[in-house]
Design a protein around this ligand. Structure first.
Ligand SMILES: [Zn+2]
Length: 415
């Protein structure tokens, strides 16, 4: 549903205006002129579940962008993540933002199953490279920051999802399948079966075509040795990598009931340990051996319930929460209006009001992360001041952080 602006005139019924009316390659100057003259209405954006957000149309003496939207800096924070005004700074110049957002993933539900198209070319430049390495497919640091921390971006071109984003979507579908058909708290192996099922159900397509044509979950039922064909392999890396030669390590990947070895070039290794993680490896089979052709992605999957945790700190927090009695712990997979368009690290749904838990991990040197964190925190604090949630945080940079966090959780239970 489109976000609206409500215009309230003196002694007239409120008027609702969609952002698609207000914005066409720029703020529509004719519409804005009417909003300014002769009668200036009060304007509110309806994007936020917390209430109307005041906004103002201002006028410059002259110029192409004569009429523009100015936002009270205190109100700016209240716009929701998918609001066209989300990025708009106070009294900023004419913003070059289209009035919609994209996630890079199209979703459709058919017969109770979700089908997705993920806008990524998994093996984009395979044909233009002599090496098996596919460098240009690796997203830039900026792309990763943008995609991984916000999942949303404004843009005229369709947002391309990073490989990690595809992996995450696949996990979400696979987990959903396992929860519906195997167990409400699936094991790690059941998760893998779920991920295999969504493949063969053809629930995922990518720009390269049907994802089941290029992705593999090692399984005795499946023939997978395809010489020269690039493939995505998903499975658990079950032991520490073993040195193969000075630029390559060998990792053993366990699928549903089969194990395979992959030779991973050192430059494709992430900066965390792979063993124990659910990994997605982009490989090509040469002389009956699998070689990595791009960076390996690894997810931490908690054994009980196959919960994906973003860091070892989250793991620690989750284990602590599990040990407490009577908490209904939710690990959100997507941003939701219920949580003001953010994706909290954890939510406790049986407290009143519900409790949002954030594990602040990264040092603030990452500007984009810092901005997101500041914003998220402000929105939560605002919602908390309205009694809509309570916020409990663990700042891992603080040596006392865990003690403060755990005490708050314990105290909360008593109240
Ligand atoms: Zn808004």
């Amino acid at each position: 549903m489109e976000t609206m602006v409500i215009a309230i005139y003196k002694s007239k019924a409120p008027v609702q205006i969609g952002y698609s009316i207000l914005y066409k390659d720029g703020w529509d100057q004719q519409v804005f002129k009417q909003l300014c003259e002769p009668e200036r209405p009060k304007l509110y954006c309806t994007c936020s579940p917390l209430g109307r957000v005041p906004m103002h149309v201002k006028r410059r003496p002259k110029g192409i962008g004569r009429y523009f939207i100015a936002i009270d800096p205190n109100a700016a924070i209240q716009h929701s993540l998918n609001c066209p005004l989300y990025h708009l700074k106070e009294d900023s110049d004419l913003p070059r933002l289209p009035p919609y957002y994209e996630t890079g993933v199209d979703r459709e539900t058919k017969n109770g199953n979700e089908f997705i198209h993920v806008n990524i070319r998994v093996f984009a430049s395979q044909t233009n490279t002599n090496e098996t390495d596919i460098k240009s497919n690796a997203p830039s640091i900026n792309q990763l920051r943008q995609i991984e921390s916000s999942e949303f971006r404004f843009g005229r071109t369709k947002l391309e999802v990073a490989f990690g984003g595809l992996f995450r979507e696949w996990y979400i579908l696979g987990l959903g399948f396992a929860q519906r058909t195997m167990s409400p708290k699936p094991s790690r192996e059941q998760l893998l079966r779920g991920m295999w099922k969504v493949l063969i159900n053809k629930q995922i397509t990518v720009e390269d075509g049907p994802f089941d044509k290029i992705a593999i979950v090692p399984f005795s039922k499946v023939k997978w040795r395809l010489e020269g064909q690039p493939r995505v392999i998903v499975g658990y890396v079950i032991s520490p990598p073993v040195e193969f030669d000075n630029s390559t390590v060998k990792v053993r990947v366990r699928g549903i009931d089969t194990e395979i070895d992959v030779l991973v070039r050192n430059r494709h290794l992430p900066n965390y340990r792979l063993d124990g993680r659910l990994c997605a490896l982009r490989v090509v089979c040469q002389n009956q051996e699998y070689w990595s052709i791009n960076h390996v992605q690894g997810l931490l999957i908690y054994p009980d319930g196959a919960v994906w945790l973003d860091s070892s700190y989250e793991w620690q927090a989750y284990e602590f929460l599990l040990k407490q009695r009577g908490l209904a712990i939710v690990k959100p997979l997507m941003p939701s209006p219920e949580w003001y368009d953010f994706k909290p690290d954890f939510v406790l749904t049986n407290t009143k009001p519900q409790t949002v838990i954030e594990v602040w991990g990264m040092p603030d040197v990452f500007l984009h992360y810092h901005e997101q964190k500041k914003r998220k925190k402000k929105v939560y604090q605002y919602a908390q001041s309205l009694g809509k949630l309570q916020l409990i945080e663990w700042n891992v940079q603080d040596p006392m952080g865990f003690e403060i966090f755990s005490k708050q959780i314990k105290d909360m239970k008593k109240s």
